[in-house]
Ligand binder design. Structure first.
Ligand SMILES: [Zn+2]
Length: 290
């Protein structure tokens, strides 16, 4: 007997879950997450719910049973008997609550980004064409410390709705009631960073290229500081900072270009993780690939 075609809603959900499992693997394979860090999506059929994996390393996510449904309004599990989840899920829930247009959130402690959350006075800037999405002014840094109340454990984790809501506000100008995030990425002082996207492909692209951009900027600073050959030339051109970020006009142009080409690397990244034995995805159409 021919297999029956699943109803469209089921197809939509299965496709979203398959992509979420793949995205966990992709972010691990590309060094955006290790045993820590997480990605979530808004439920494709119910915007009041979001999905992310339970308390486990992203590389080990393999089936829908590993994913937990949470209410957007308070990040409580839809199933009260759900297994343990991430304490930092409030990052995701509060961003989904604040911005209806955001459908994917990634939180990372990628080591290449850490210099820009622990040093003072050096902004992470878009230094090449793949990262125009980082914007013209350098990436904002959010500091959790002033938000702690007396007696609270200062472990830097965004583990309640109050802290999550404060982080979500950093994606717009201070005091703004803008409905859309003005930032794509926010750095978190002495912790890591958080990325938003209208869909999973956009957010994963931004997560990976934020990491690569940070690495490129650090290397540029290092090369500049360790090389004396061109010092006179650099000084003449006013390049005292040691690296050149994209100009405002270049950022504007590259932002548009980035949006247009997200899909190409996504297809490559999915193929990569589908063929690596570390990663399992029970929903993958290629799960029997040998
Ligand atoms: Zn964290």
């Amino acid at each position: 007997m021919a297999p029956t075609t699943p109803p469209p809603d089921e197809q939509i959900l299965n496709s979203a879950l398959r992509d979420l499992i793949s995205a966990n693997h992709i972010l691990h394979h590309h060094g955006v997450v290790d045993a820590y860090g997480h990605i979530s999506i808004r439920h494709p059929l119910n915007p009041a719910v979001y999905l992310m994996c339970g308390y486990m390393a992203p590389a080990e996510v393999s089936s829908p049973a590993d994913l937990i449904h949470y209410h957007v309004h308070d990040s409580s599990p839809v199933d009260p008997a759900a297994k343990k989840g991430y304490s930092e899920r409030f990052i995701h829930g509060e961003i989904f609550k604040r911005f209806e247009s955001v459908n994917c959130v990634i939180h990372s402690h990628a080591e290449e980004v850490l210099p820009y959350v622990v040093s003072m006075g050096v902004k992470l800037k878009a230094v090449y064409h793949m990262s125009g999405f980082l914007g013209e002014k350098g990436v904002k840094v959010w500091d959790i410390d002033p938000l702690y109340k007396d007696g609270e454990q200062r472990d830097m984790l965004v583990n309640n709705g109050r802290l999550g809501a404060a982080l979500a506000e950093k994606f717009v100008s201070e005091g703004s009631d803008a409905k859309e995030p003005e930032e794509t990425v926010v750095l978190m002082r002495r912790h890591g960073f958080t990325v938003v996207g209208r869909d999973i492909v956009t957010a994963v692209y931004r997560g990976i290229y934020t990491r690569i951009n940070a690495e490129a900027q650090t290397k540029a600073l290092s090369v500049a500081r360790n090389s004396h050959i061109d010092d006179a030339e650099a000084e003449k051109e006013g390049m005292g900072v040691g690296f050149q970020a994209l100009t405002e006009e270049q950022v504007t142009g590259c932002k548009v270009m980035n949006e247009a080409f997200h899909d190409k690397p996504w297809r490559l990244w999915v193929r990569e993780v589908e063929r690596l034995p570390l990663y399992e995805n029970t929903l993958s159409e290629r799960k029997n690939f040998a």
